[in-house]
Design a protein around this ligand. Structure first.
Ligand SMILES: O=C(O)Cc1cc(O)ccc1O
Ligand SMILES: [Fe+2]
Length: 439
């Protein structure tokens, strides 16, 4: 496959034409009486028409047929996708999952849609407020079916995401955002696993940088947006459209490929980002900075400073803090912390938290380094050191109190029942006779 092309920038006004149809974008207006090449003009809105300019998102698509040409949607049951948060009783325990099992190709084809499972979430798709976290495990490409709206993190196996806006190849260590309403299809190249965050109703933004200044963390120029690509393909057997609506899936048929957008312009686009481009900022003196310093993207709530979901990473970096216990501190947090591991080891738990697995520390549930991590780092010689080399852990940090699904707690059978034991060996080191200067 030829190298894919991308445009650069976060939230820019982009304009792109498939090179086979130069001049497909109308000159100086959005909906001329007749569009170049006989295309249909269609607007995709990502925000209310009346949103203030900085938050206003929409794109204009110039396509062979408008999306409205399809047979009626009919409901279909999907065992793995959940939007009801009362399936099982709440569980405030520290939860950790072993790597989620990937179906073997020999046991049958499982594509991205079939392999999606909701693990936890909160809120309401109808009120458009809340989130859901899913994992996908699959071994086959989607054949003539597509779905809507997600934030992808491949963990094993690259995925080719074909969208109405063009194609993106997304490898482990990259993230990809396909926004609400955008049609896409996922091709895989073997056994494939990854994490998906779905945010109902708001869009990811780059965090403000405050005193960091004008540059740093995720820089806008490193976000990549696909260029227009179309296919004019009749599908006699019918192309299946999978529509996720109010938390449920609906199918409809159409006789042509939905990837028939010849040109588009606008600022409501899918995009991808390679986490190696993250410019991490951290202490050069002492103490452990809060993990918000590693925020890549944030989905804000209406309360200032409070996120519906922050996407935070723990990238390879230098640790240089003086007279400091360098790993994460012990804590209870007024936010929920869902973590996953793309590769390597996580510094607070060298054992047991594995690539393709996950953990959830709910609101006010105590957690922190395991025994080994505490012992090692309380006595370590503090020299400048590489932290998390060849590693990429991430966290979805949410102000919502997340509910774990029946699949997450029971059906997946990946819950590590012994997780709590990783803290059991933490001894009291209390010395009532301690004096300043003594060890
Ligand atoms: O719990 C965790 O491992 C995530 C985390 C990391 C960190 O550096 C500080 C706080 C925090 O919640
Ligand atoms: Fe934490």
């Amino acid at each position: 496959m030829a190298e894919l092309k991308y445009m650069t920038g976060f939230g820019n006004e982009f304009a792109t034409e498939d090179p086979r149809c130069q001049g497909a974008l109308p000159d100086g207006q959005n909906n001329p009486q007749v569009c170049p090449y006989g295309l249909y003009a269609e607007q995709l809105s990502g925000s209310a028409f009346t949103c203030p300019r900085p938050a206003n998102k929409r794109s204009w698509l110039y396509r062979i047929r408008p999306s409205v040409c399809h047979k009626p949607f009919t409901a279909v049951h999907h065992e793995g996708l959940v939007d009801r948060w009362d399936e099982v009783e709440p569980d405030p325990n520290q939860l950790r999952w072993l790597p989620f099992a990937i179906p073997k190709a020999a046991e049958g084809k499982v594509d991205f849609v079939m392999g999606l499972h909701t693990i936890c979430g909160a809120g309401d798709t109808r009120a458009r407020s809340g989130i859901a976290i899913h994992v996908y495990t699959c071994n086959s490409s989607m054949i003539d079916r597509w779905v809507l709206s997600l934030y992808f993190m491949p963990q094993q196996g690259k995925i080719l995401i074909t969208t109405e806006f063009g194609k993106m190849m997304v490898e482990p260590n990259e993230i990809c955002v396909v926004q609400q309403g955008m049609r896409f299809s996922v091709d895989v190249f073997g056994e494939t696993r990854g994490y998906v965050l779905e945010v109902f109703g708001v869009h990811f933004e780059l965090p403000d940088l405050g005193p960091i200044g004008a540059n740093g963390l995720a820089n806008p120029r490193d976000f990549l947006v696909p260029v227009a690509w179309y296919e004019d393909r009749e599908v006699p057997g019918g192309y299946t459209v999978v529509n996720k609506f109010q938390g449920k899936l609906f199918l409809s048929q159409q006789h042509f490929s939905p990837f028939d957008v010849v040109a588009w312009h606008g600022n409501y686009t899918p995009y991808k980002y390679n986490l190696d481009n993250f410019m991490a900022v951290n202490t050069v003196t002492f103490d452990h900075a809060d993990p918000s310093i590693f925020t890549v993207l944030t989905a804000k709530s209406t309360r200032p400073g409070v996120a519906v979901a922050d996407f935070v990473i723990f990238p390879p970096r230098w640790g240089v803090a003086d007279h400091t216990f360098r790993p994460p501190y012990y804590h209870r947090n007024c936010m929920s912390e869902f973590m996953g591991l793309i590769k390597g080891h996580y510094e607070a738990k060298e054992e047991g938290f594995l690539p393709g697995g996950a953990s959830l520390h709910s609101i006010m549930t105590p957690h922190g380094p395991d025994v080994d991590c505490f012992e090692k780092n309380s006595t370590a010689m503090l020299k400048p050191e590489r932290v998390a080399e060849e590693t990429m852990a991430f966290m979805f940090e949410s102000s919502l109190s997340m509910v774990v699904t029946r699949w997450g707690l029971q059906t997946c059978q990946r819950l590590d029942k012994n997780y709590y034991k990783c803290w059991e060996g933490l001894q009291s080191h209390f010395n009532p006779n301690w004096k300043p200067g003594s060890k």
